[in-house]
Design a protein around this ligand. Structure first.
Ligand SMILES: [Zn+2]
Ligand SMILES: [Zn+2]
Length: 395
């Protein structure tokens, strides 16, 4: 009994620690947590702690050698495209499905889950699997010489996060506004959000809709799955008659009913695969739901993960009083004029006082932002054949 309580406490602690870590990792540099303990925790974990460890490593030769080896392994795993995590995700997912099919499905319907629930169960799984395949298989929107002009016309340059007439130092193509070069994929991606190791590709303009659908349906799979597995354990308790079972209590020297908690611990002990999937689902659910909520929120606010840190740089530049605004009929025009620079012309300019005064040019309201993600403009690179035909036509 004591071991059971300790195990439950450990699982709860694990879930809390993991969720807190994901929360700090994802939201630590978010503007809404500026100046709070979340920002300080992020700064400690991702700035001060690594710097202190680095300084220590530099002092100890053997550790330095080990760190170099670890860095080489890290680069092999995360530095270039590599299907390892994609395979791991697929294997774990289907292992979970197999446990569900062989251990939980025979107990559905049960006292808590009606037969009709097979429809939402299958629909949720099908949506989740289809959106994962589509997110992996759809090109995120590569910028190459065949489509760089079309890609550059999708978003205007705001002169704050993105500047016109820049070229990628690696691919040498023009840099469309909102694009970023992915060092893992080795290509420039339109409206780059982030590189996802679980998809083994970038999330960008053309596959972000499938990524959002995947996150939303995976959140549903985690929540619904936790519920279904929990009902199966409760049902097993009743089917096996553990609610009526009497056990000998040594201290009291009498028979007494098996407690609810002991019966659940017995069942989880008796069906380890079911218990592992249930615990994994409980650990995953807060992290997945939190990440999904964050991703939907920034999508509705009109910025990407990549732009989150760029906006922080703008906030710093505003703090240094080098961001200026000029009124124009089509909306405010922003410029960064360093302290030792002169403005290009004599138009009246206003020094921007805070980030709240800046209009995000890429924000068209929640509905408009989501509409853009779900119906992106066609700017995919031409196929090599079409590209050859285009060149032949031009010459
Ligand atoms: Zn590039
Ligand atoms: Zn990438």
């Amino acid at each position: 009994m004591a071991i059971g309580a300790a195990t439950a406490a450990c699982i709860a602690l694990l879930i809390l620690t993991f969720s807190a870590w994901v929360f700090v990792l994802i939201l630590g540099r978010n503007r809404m947590f500026k100046g709070t303990a979340v920002e300080r925790a992020h700064a400690f974990l991702y700035d001060r702690l690594p710097t202190a460890v680095e300084a220590w490593v530099e002092r100890v030769g053997a550790v330095r050698w080990a760190v170099r080896r670890a860095e080489a392994v890290w680069m092999a795993l995360f530095g270039r495209r590599n299907p390892l995590f994609q395979i791991l995700a697929v294997v774990l997912y289907w292992a979970g499905i197999a446990v569900f099919v062989f251990q939980a499905a025979p107990m559905i319907p049960n006292r808590y889950v009606g037969r009709w629930q097979w429809a939402p169960i299958l629909l949720t799984l099908a949506t989740n699997i289809a959106s994962y395949v589509l997110a992996c298989a759809t090109s995120p929107g590569i910028v190459d010489p065949s489509n760089e002009d079309a890609a550059c016309r999708v978003f205007p340059y705001d002169n704050l996060l993105y500047y016109a007439d820049r070229r990628c130092r690696t691919c040498h193509t023009r840099k469309p506004a909102r694009s970023k070069h992915c060092s893992v994929c080795g290509r420039c991606v339109q409206m780059m959000d982030h590189h996802c190791i679980w998809l083994n590709t970038c999330v960008g303009l053309h596959n972000v809709r499938w990524f959002l659908l995947f996150l939303a349906s995976f959140s549903a799979v985690c929540i619904y799955g936790s519920y279904l597995f929990a009902t199966v354990v409760l049902e097993m308790r009743l089917v096996l008659g553990l609610d009526r079972l009497l056990v000998w209590n040594d201290e009291q020297q009498r028979m007494e009913p098996l407690s609810f908690k002991s019966s659940l611990l017995y069942l989880l002990d008796d069906s380890p695969l079911l218990a592992i999937v249930l615990v994994l689902l409980l650990v995953l659910t807060p992290a997945v739901v939190l990440f999904c909520g964050y991703q939907v929120r920034i999508s509705m606010l009109g910025y990407t993960n990549n732009e989150e840190s760029k906006w922080l740089n703008v906030a710093e530049a505003i703090g240094d009083q080098v961001v200026y605004e000029t009124a124009a009929p089509e909306g405010p025009v922003y410029e960064v004029i360093e302290k030792d620079e002169q403005p290009a012309d004599s138009r009246p300019r206003r020094c921007v006082g805070s980030l709240a005064e800046v209009k995000n040019m890429y924000d068209h309201g929640a509905v408009g932002n989501l509409a853009l993600l779900f119906f992106p403009p066609k700017t995919q690179p031409l196929s090599p054949l079409a590209n050859d035909r285009r060149k032949a036509h031009q010459s």
